[in-house]
Write a protein that binds this ligand. Structure first.
Ligand code: SF4
Length: 463
């Protein structure tokens, strides 16, 4: 479907050509200012919603903050050429810029919002047996067939989605994923992996592909990681990191953060170790009360949840390392991003608004993505945004618990797992979540006033 204007396509080609010349020039570090100038010139001429002030802010941070400056220079100077080129073209030029006017044009034409990124769980199978995880109960027949994955990614790419996060199960359990990464070589892929299937051959293939940035799951150092994932897993992650660092492949870390490991995964010692190993970023997720047996006991206390946000903001400006906090960064993106900037297709092909919100009205089997993105469920999720004027309480499930119950009731969305069913049907569980939200509220209100001056990016709230 040709929805992007010729002007945008031409502008993108100009940006890519100039950007690659700079990145591959004699002294890319010295030329980065030139790259900013070209980006501003291109974006200024286009219909993209990215504002000049946003780019100015990024440039200012790059110029004035030594840690951020070092991170950018390290990425540019130490990343394998093919991987750096693909990161620039596929992620920046295609996903973060060219995809926007393409998706906006589609919205004007059809009234349907297409998300920035799609998370896909091709298989729930995994080679590990982690505590509290049920991946071992799935078989190959539960996987999304290759032809169907191919269809989903191809259709999404035509709609302007160039960034895919691959989850599971273990994303490297199916070799055919590597063939799909190769086929869609104008898109960027981020598989969240346990690392244990990484070999020299896999690393060589990833270097050749260039469009894959793996995230390795770590709960902390050896003790915390092996306690949950099994003996020897931490050392395997370290080995996988070495394989990627040697080849100049970009990678990061994802940490599920709970009461037991927050101090470890946000410590200077842990982050310094990851930098030393060659990782460039960490994504922090809260332990959520979801899954077959939802457990609230590991969830962060109110103080810990806010402390995670403070630490992430501090790390981001003091270490040459990028950190993202799925919850506490909500003020920067207008609140919850479910169903508007991203969505999740589970291994049964149910279309869920987010990786933790296990509710669906549609299954994508045999359906066009454009039709399912326009569902009443996704529309209502966007219309209700932000669920709370305090963007430190963005979530419909743990912060604004009545929202999920009401939205599900109004749209007929069905729970796709037990935790989700309990969220809408089990009074005892609902009370537990209501109490946790009430407990968090006064802390969140104080932080929202004192740290954010009650200001957030509300412009992005509706997507
Ligand atoms: S529903 Fe909750 S967990 Fe999902 S994206 Fe929104 S805030 Fe995050």
């Amino acid at each position: 479907m040709k929805v992007a204007g010729i002007l945008e396509r031409k502008a993108k080609d100009t940006l890519v050509k100039a950007g690659l010349e700079i990145l591959n020039g004699k002294d890319p570090e010295k030329s980065l200012d030139k790259l900013f100038a070209i980006i501003k010139k291109t974006v200024g001429k286009s219909k993209s919603k990215i504002s000049m002030s946003q780019i100015d802010k990024v440039q200012q941070l790059y110029n004035e903050n030594p840690a951020i400056h070092k991170l950018v220079v390290d990425i540019v100077s130490k990343t394998n050429k093919n991987c750096l080129d693909k990161f620039f073209v596929n992620f920046f030029a295609n996903a973060a810029w060219y995809g926007i006017p393409k998706r906006e044009a589609l919205f004007e034409k059809t009234g349907t919002k297409v998300p920035f990124t799609i998370l896909i769980s091709p298989s729930m199978r995994c080679n590990l047996r982690c505590t509290g995880c049920y991946a071992s109960s799935y078989s190959k027949k539960d996987d999304i067939p290759l032809e169907e994955l191919d269809r989903i990614i191809g259709e999404a790419r035509d709609l302007g989605v160039y960034y895919f996060v691959i989850l599971g199960g273990e994303p490297f359990i199916n070799d055919y994923m590597l063939d799909l990464y190769e086929k869609y070589n104008d898109c960027m892929f981020t598989p969240f992996s346990n690392s244990t299937l990484f070999t020299e051959e896999v690393a060589d293939r990833l270097q050749k592909l260039g469009n894959v940035i793996p995230m390795f799951s770590l709960e902390g150092f050896e003790k915390e990681t092996d306690e949950r994932r099994g003996k020897g897993v931490f050392q395997k992650v370290m080995h996988a990191m070495d394989l990627l660092k040697e080849r100049g492949i970009l990678f990061g870390v994802s940490s599920a953060t709970g009461r037991h490991n927050i101090d470890t995964v946000t410590s200077d010692k842990f982050i310094d170790m990851l930098i030393e190993k060659g990782a460039r970023m960490s994504w922090y997720f809260l332990f959520m009360p979801v899954g077959k047996e939802p457990d609230t006991s590991l969830m962060l206390t109110p103080e810990q949840r806010l402390h995670l946000g403070e630490r992430v903001r501090t790390l981001r400006t003091t270490k040459p390392y990028f950190t993202l906090d799925f919850f506490n960064d909500a003020p920067y993106v207008g609140g919850c991003i479910a169903g508007k900037y991203y969505c999740h297709i589970n291994s049964k092909e149910d279309l869920e608004p987010c990786i933790f919100a296990h509710f669906a009205v549609d299954n994508v089997k045999g359906k066009k993505l454009l039709d399912v993105f326009g569902s009443e469920f996704f529309k209502l999720l966007r219309d209700r945004q932000p669920y709370n004027r305090n963007l430190l309480m963005p979530c419909m499930m743990i912060d604004n618990t009545k929202q999920v119950r009401d939205i599900v009731k109004r749209t007929g969305a069905k729970p796709t797992d037990e935790g989700a069913r309990m969220m809408i049907e089990d009074p005892e569980f609902q009370k537990k979540l209501d109490d946790l939200s009430a407990e968090f509220r006064p802390y969140a209100e104080k932080a929202w006033k004192e740290e954010f001056g009650e200001k957030g990016n509300f412009e992005m709230s509706k997507g």
